[in-house]
Design a protein around this ligand. Structure first.
Ligand SMILES: Nc1nc2c(c(=O)[nH]1)N[C@H]1C(S)=C(S)[C@@H](COP(=O)(O)OP(=O)(O)OC[C@H]3O[C@@H](n4cnc5c(N)ncnc54)[C@H](O)[C@@H]3O)O[C@H]1N2
Ligand code: MOO
Length: 423
């Protein structure tokens, strides 16, 4: 198969060449996801293990919520009709905790009732106990009450037939509660994408190995494994390989047979020692080097080896993280059928001055600073740099500076992506 570099106007022929137009984030995502084959395997998953899973079929409502008209308060169920005036006296004939079915209410009577209890026949309202004076078996209303007061009508939240969740919904605790309320103990989910992470680079050393001249410890594999497993995916450690296209190809071939997506870090750009694309081809696959208008993370390799998608991330750790967030997450959505939405970010004012050359969208580590009166600004942490993980570890999120923007001055608006919502 041929190696192709996706550069709309010109090709990167070698490490000295520069493409005349870089791909936008959207164009690069479209290339990456076009090489990704959706997973068709599904499985029944116990609800308790459903967080992070993607629904394989839509969820239709089968139970009305609430399933019966119920009291919203602790108080007294009564027939409010067009309105009972303050001072009305009623006889208390029953006591109805939640879970009990009472008898029909007689005229002039009220039932002691508690939150969530079935409203007895003949009742259409509840007087809160705080608004009632009780004397023995009688109550006197302290406030007027009319039909509908403090009552939750049957089906007010969910009224079947209704679609509750679409196929492709990625479940979190809110969805689990909604599904449990329908009486389901399991959901049909898309099988978890099997993703392998491999780091490449002859300079890399692993824990326990000494660092000699010209070597560094491998941060990316551990970081990517952590990032991917936190997303509820079936991630496996594909190990570390030196800069040798044949050795990388052999590992890719092996992992492609058992995974839906193989991710490598390192060797993604266009230098003579950058083997990612060549290794994919030697493994019998197809690879494209993408040059994206993003900083960090300009070069990535996307491809396919048989049925398995491939993503080659840049070696610099911050570039690797940013490229995973942009392209890797889009590929995971394409695998599971979840909608691909790049987080919109929140516009906030910068407290910092920052030099930005137009042409590439830049992501920089930034911290939220409270400024009193509910105002928040963002401080950019240093010059960033795609090899520096430390500012990233001190940051609250990434600030996004659009490609067409010139230098940032204090007071300028930027988009802020909190780590809480993106990693
Ligand atoms: N002539 C050019 N050279 C470079 C360009 C360019 O446009 N023209 N871009 C630079 C940028 S920016 C990046 S990012 C890198 C991307 O290069 P590669 O993806 O080929 O990555 P490597 O060359 O293998 O490594 C880059 C850097 O990252 C370190 N690294 C690699 N793997 C790890 C790891 N697992 N843990 C920690 N650090 C890692 C590696 O030692 C290098 O320092 O290309 C630039 N060059
Ligand atoms: O473009 Mo590099 O990928 O800035 O870090």
């Amino acid at each position: 198969m041929t190696r192709q570099q996706v550069l709309p106007d010109s090709r990167v022929a070698g490490s000295d060449a520069q493409p005349s137009r870089l791909l936008s984030i959207e164009e690069a995502c479209a290339r990456a996801t076009s090489l990704t084959k959706p997973i068709t395997r599904t499985e029944s998953v116990p609800l308790a293990a459903g967080v992070g899973r993607v629904l394989a079929e839509p969820l239709e409502a089968r139970v009305a919520i609430p399933p019966f008209t119920q009291s919203a308060m602790d108080g007294y169920a009564l027939a409010g009709g067009d309105g009972l005036a303050a001072g009305t006296e009623l006889a208390v004939t029953e006591r109805l905790p939640a879970g009990r079915r009472g008898r029909a209410l007689r005229e002039g009577a009220a039932a002691r009732i508690f939150t969530g209890a079935l409203l007895p026949d003949g009742a259409d309202a509840v007087a809160m106990q705080e608004h009632v004076a009780r004397a023995g078996d009688k109550i006197v209303l302290a406030r007027a009450v009319r039909a509908g007061d403090n009552v939750r009508p049957r089906g007010e939240d969910i009224d079947p037939p209704e679609r509750l969740l679409d196929r492709g919904e990625r479940l979190d605790a809110r969805h689990i509660g909604l599904i449990a309320g329908q009486g389901y103990g399991h959901v049909t989910a898309v099988a978890r994408p099997r993703i392998a992470v491999v780091s490449t680079g002859s300079e890399l050393r692993q824990p326990g190995q000494p660092l000699d001249a010209a070597t560094i410890y491998d941060s990316n594999r551990a970081m990517l494994l952590a990032l991917i497993s936190a997303g509820g995916l079936d991630v496996r450690d594909g190990g570390w390989i030196a800069d040798d296209a044949d050795a990388i190809a052999a590992r890719l071939r092996e992992l492609a047979g058992e995974c839906d997506l193989v991710v490598t870090s390192g060797g993604a750009s266009v230098g003579g020692e950058d083997h990612a694309a060549a290794a994919v081809e030697r493994a019998g696959g197809h690879a494209e080097t993408l040059a994206m208008a993003v900083k960090p993370g300009k070069f990535t390799v996307v491809g396919r080896i048989a049925a398995c998608a491939y993503l080659g991330l840049p070696g610099n750790p911050v570039a690797s993280l940013v490229s995973w967030l942009l392209l890797g997450q889009a590929m995971v959505c394409a695998l599971t059928g979840a909608p691909q939405r790049r987080p919109a970010g929140y516009p906030l004012s910068s407290l910092s001055r920052f030099q930005h050359r137009t042409g590439r969208t830049e992501f920089v580590p930034a911290r939220l600073i409270e400024q009193g009166y509910g105002r928040i600004g963002i401080e950019i942490l240093g010059r960033g740099g795609s090899a520096r993980l430390r500012p990233l570890a001190l940051a609250d999120g990434l600030a996004e500076i659009a490609a067409e923007r010139a230098d940032i001055e204090p007071g300028d608006q930027m988009l802020f992506h909190p780590f809480r919502t993106i990693i």
